[in-house]
Design a protein around this ligand. Structure first.
Ligand SMILES: *[C@@H]1O[C@H](CO)[C@@H](O)[C@H](O)[C@H]1NC(C)=O
Ligand SMILES: *[C@@H]1O[C@H](CO)[C@@H](O)[C@H](O)[C@H]1NC(C)=O
Ligand SMILES: *[C@@H]1O[C@H](CO)[C@@H](O)[C@H](O)[C@H]1NC(C)=O
Length: 509
């Protein structure tokens, strides 16, 4: 959280329209209006999403989630609060997740639910099915950031565990704090509750989950979340569900018209070329599950775009470059071979490239090191800085109403590239165009022509972008091969235009 006095100063210096930072789930403050005040809510890589079978990709490298220190002592107190949007339970930062790319520390957990009569209020959905409620256990990257405020707007800042909740059997673990909700009926009320074993709130199977790159599901909607949503739901009784759906208000105690806290879920968002990795392979949902190129092939594709022979890419093997244009059927053998290649690369030094030729291999196959060798910026994206920069540029062009699109144009290719390299997105045409900007114009133009042709034959799978999304020269990715955009941003820190409105960093997940 921003220090209170600073927030006051900012609000005085940059007054905003009457309902400024207020947001909710209905009416004039509802989710369709969020982007007006929180441009990332209208941007790329938003959450929640619907886990449709076509989006799922089995990943044999996803192991069971490992929890540390989740069994809290009852001598410890946790703060249960009503923040006007949800019920939230604070968690100590020594509770941690391991086995992910970074170390993540817990911060809080909270809920999204439906109404008294309609027991459908989960945010993520499984092939269109909405569960009664959903719990989010929010963690921040404590390997890299000192606290959640510093992490919340960084592309590698957060990891959230999502748990589907069904109405069924009574759940004694949830009762350990649900029994106190009558003490926090109104906004900003808090009570202290004895801690307990938080593991009991999670499903028994921690090895089956959906994994994708997404965002906070509430304003300011930063695309900073590594999502893990467990496949197996937990149950609570109808009485427990109704404790959430009928006991709470999003208004303050003294307000004359109390506003019940209900239906506090966001609807599924666009996929933006993302896919959903799954750690499990059985079940109806996975019939015909597809796979895209492996991490090694992906790095080679990017390497070729940045440094390789573009004429090679412009030939009929182009579909290898754009996995979404022609997907190969799921082939576990091929994936395994690729892993073997990775392990034996030190000796072999060459592997077959995506176009059948031998490409030079990056000696160290650790993805982060390889990326550094490709000249790709590995700093986390800092979303607040990017917003300030875009806002600054728009002000100069007197075009501030284009904020959402302009921000998306800068942020999307960066997110798409990072996510593509981690196998969690297909490579987007816009990203390829950005990468090609560092190349000799005639070669790039030739490849561009083939790309355009290739996408034209596959139009139904390629979402048309609004005209304003077409990247122009000077976007952040121009600098991929050289100076990092983040460095440029850091240097420009003192140049923010007076009209820029600092978003109060308020968030729930
Ligand atoms: C988070 O860390 C930053 C940097 O160390 C510090 O300035 C800020 O006050 C901290 N915020 C909170 C809420 O502790
Ligand atoms: C959690 O800790 C308590 C004591 O602090 C212990 O009695 C209990 O067995 C532990 N539960 C698990 C599942 O480890
Ligand atoms: C903002 O980002 C653009 C790239 O989109 C970069 O060229 C420019 O130097 C940056 N400007 C500032 C003021 O940070």
């Amino acid at each position: 959280m921003m220090p209170f006095t600073l927030l006051i100063m900012i609000l005085i210096a940059f007054p905003v329209s009457s309902n400024g930072g207020k947001w909710g789930y209905n009416g004039p403050n509802g989710e369709h209006h969020w982007p007006k005040h929180f441009p990332y809510c209208g941007g790329a890589f938003q959450s929640p999403v619907n886990f449709q079978p076509e989006l799922l990709r089995y990943d044999p490298n996803l192991f069971a989630i490992q929890l540390q220190n989740y069994n809290l002592s009852s001598r410890e107190q946790l703060t249960l609060s009503n923040n006007g949007h949800s019920v939230q339970l604070s968690l100590p930062s020594y509770m941690q997740l391991t086995g992910l790319p970074h170390r993540y520390s817990a911060a809080q957990l909270h809920f999204h639910w439906g109404t008294q009569n309609v027991q459908a209020g989960s945010e993520h959905t499984v092939n269109g099915k909405q569960f009664a409620a959903e719990m989010h256990v929010v963690h921040f990257n404590s390997g890299k950031y000192p606290n959640i405020s510093m992490a919340v707007d960084k592309s590698d800042g957060l990891a959230v565990l999502g748990v589907f909740i069904e109405v069924g059997e009574f759940n004694p673990a949830f009762e350990k704090f649900f029994k106190y909700v009558n003490g926090i009926k109104y906004r900003d009320q808090k009570v202290q509750v004895p801690a307990f074993n938080i593991r009991e709130l999670l499903p028994s199977r921690l090895d089956e989950y959906y994994r994708y790159d997404g965002s906070l599901t509430t304003p300011p909607c930063f695309p900073s979340v590594l999502w893990t949503v467990f496949r197996q739901p937990v149950t609570i009784s109808l009485r427990q569900y109704l404790a959430l759906a009928t006991a709470l208000y999003s208004s303050h105690a003294q307000e004359v018209a109390p506003m019940p806290m209900l239906g506090n879920y966001r609807k599924p968002q666009l996929m933006d070329n993302r896919v959903v990795l799954v750690s499990f392979q059985d079940g109806w949902a996975l019939r015909g599950t597809l796979s895209v190129a492996s991490p090694t092939q992906r790095r080679q594709v990017i390497q070729q775009l940045l440094q390789g022979d573009l004429a090679d890419l412009a030939d009929e093997k182009l579909h290898q470059l754009l996995p979404k244009i022609k997907r190969k059927p799921w082939a576990p053998k091929e994936w395994k071979n690729d892993l073997i290649h990775q392990q034996s690369q030190k000796q072999r030094n060459k592997v077959p490239g995506p176009n059948g030729k031998n490409l030079p291999v990056l000696k160290n196959t650790d993805p982060s090191l390889s990326l550094a060798k490709l000249g790709i910026n590995e700093d986390a994206l800092c979303f607040i800085s990017m917003e300030k920069n875009v806002s600054f540029q728009l002000l100069r062009r007197h075009a501030n109403e284009e904020m959402v699109h302009a921000l998306k144009r800068v942020v999307f290719p960066e997110l798409n590239l990072r996510s593509y390299l981690k196998c969690k997105s297909d490579l987007d045409l816009q990203t390829i165009r950005c990468l090609l900007r560092t190349r000799p114009t005639d070669e790039a133009a030739e490849l561009e022509q083939s790309l355009t042709k290739a996408t034209r034959t596959d139009r139904q799978q390629t979402m048309p972008l609004p005209r304003s999304m077409t990247p122009n020269r000077g976007s952040a990715l121009t600098k991929l091969a050289g100076q990092t955009p983040i460095t440029a941003l850091k240097n420009a820190h003192n140049m923010f235009p007076p009209f820029y409105r600092q978003i109060p960093v308020e968030y729930e997940d």
